[in-house]
Design a protein around this ligand. Sequence first.
Ligand SMILES: [Zn+2]
Length: 62
Amino acid sequence: MALPKHRQSHSKTRLRRSHDALSTPNVYACPDCGEPKQPHRLCAGCGSYNGKKIIQFDEDTE
Ligand SMILES: [Zn+2]
């Protein structure tokens, strides 16, 4: 089985992990219903995009 010849230093490990952090998603309030929404994505609250209703949610099934 292949094994690494040398143990990686803490510095090398930390340098690699310096790019691992997740950034917080950009969220703003939907102009149609006020629900939090991400840009370039369909609103999860009302199903609208760019002022137009794209999908209709069933209110009775909740
Ligand atoms: Zn909405």
